[in-house]
Design a protein. Structure first.
Length: 332
């Protein structure tokens, strides 16, 4: 009698073996994977999870959940200047999730794995009575000793960010309160832009090498610009001053701000931007900006780093320092 394996074996073979394109994945038939790190390089490791009802909505498309799960990890690799090498995937699936959900999930995950050069190396699948959980551990490489750390910011550096800030946080507001689009005077294009920015991040891996060559310190913005900058200041033991008027926002966010100026707090403290925040020597800013522009990514200088107590200051157009009730997203 032929042994066709367990239900888990069949699930893995059907949906995830096609994603395991690296020889070190051993075709997902063993309990481990084997990875060779290029000589003279360091391995950079990152793990993040997407939990149903916390990081995604029950009606989010399966493909969007897959892309978000991988991309939030890739975003951290990008901010460290690392080149993706691969990832591990652990799934805890509620009983109502079957092939109809897994097929588009695996298809989207495979597209992103190929697009970002980050193949699947293995993982685990389980059933759960609780919410859906998608946990990914991604790994990448950097030349030895060149990882861009959040502790690397130095006095005299310029603070820069990629892209625009606050779109995802406003997109989350719209998911909870669809009528906000009308109050803010958004057209369909603006509304959809904010919703998509929350649903599917755009990690900045194409500028990882330029960041590694140009920046002293860096991290991705996952818990809000204000909170993440404060983390960088604490790690580097420096003070940062941000000119709020220079923080880049999209046309949609600007329209919302005109309608409700108090949304500046949401823009500066909300999570899920997955842009890069970097501390760059003044003489390297132009080089990084040009490299990013060549890759289709905007870099904006928003402030400066000075010595002194670990502190992140946000100064408004009137010269007054802003204070925030909750300066950062936090699960706890």
């Amino acid at each position: 009698m032929q042994d066709t394996g367990s239900g888990e074996d069949r699930l893995i073979a059907r949906h995830f073996r096609p994603l395991a394109t690296h020889p070190g994945a051993l075709n997902l038939i063993d309990d481990v994977a084997v990875v060779s790190v290029p000589e003279g390089h360091d391995l950079v490791l990152k793990t993040d999870a997407i939990i149903g009802g916390v990081h995604c909505f029950p009606d989010d498309p399966a493909g969007a959940v897959a892309r978000k799960a991988l991309r939030v990890n890739l975003s951290d690799l990008a901010a460290k200047g690392a080149t993706p090498l691969g990832f591990l995937l652990s799934l805890a699936l509620p009983s109502d999730i079957g092939d109809g959900w897994l097929e588009p999930f695996a298809a989207a995950l495979g597209e992103d794995a190929e697009g970002f050069g980050c193949p699947l190396f293995g993982g685990d699948t389980d059933r759960t009575p609780g919410p859906l959980t998608v946990a990914i551990s991604a790994f990448g490489t950097v030349p030895h000793g060149t990882t861009v750390l959040r502790s690397g910011a130095k006095p005299g550096d310029r603070l820069v960010v990629t892209g625009t800030i606050g779109d995802a946080a406003l997109g989350l507001v719209l998911r909870h309160d669809p009528q906000a689009a009308t109050r803010w005077g958004l057209d369909d294009v603006m509304r959809n832009h904010l919703l998509r920015r929350y649903l599917i991040p755009e990690p900045r891996n194409v500028i990882a090498e330029a960041l590694r060559r140009s920046a002293h310190g860096g991290m991705d913005i996952s818990d809000g610009l204000a909170g993440d900058l404060a983390k960088m200041c604490r790690a580097s033991q420096v003070t940062a001053t941000v000119e709020v008027a220079r923080v880049p926002v999209s046309d949609a966010a600007r329209r919302a701000l005109v309608a409700e100026p108090r949304l500046i707090d949401t823009i500066l403290t909300g999570g899920d931007d997955y842009e890069v925040l970097a501390s760059v020597p003044e003489h390297n800013v132009a080089r990084l900006t040009a490299a990013a522009a060549a890759a289709g990514i905007t870099i904006t200088e928003i402030g400066t780093i000075v010595g002194g107590a670990a502190n992140a200051r946000f100064v408004g157009p009137d010269g007054r320092e802003l204070t925030f009730v909750s300066p950062s997203f936090s699960h706890f």
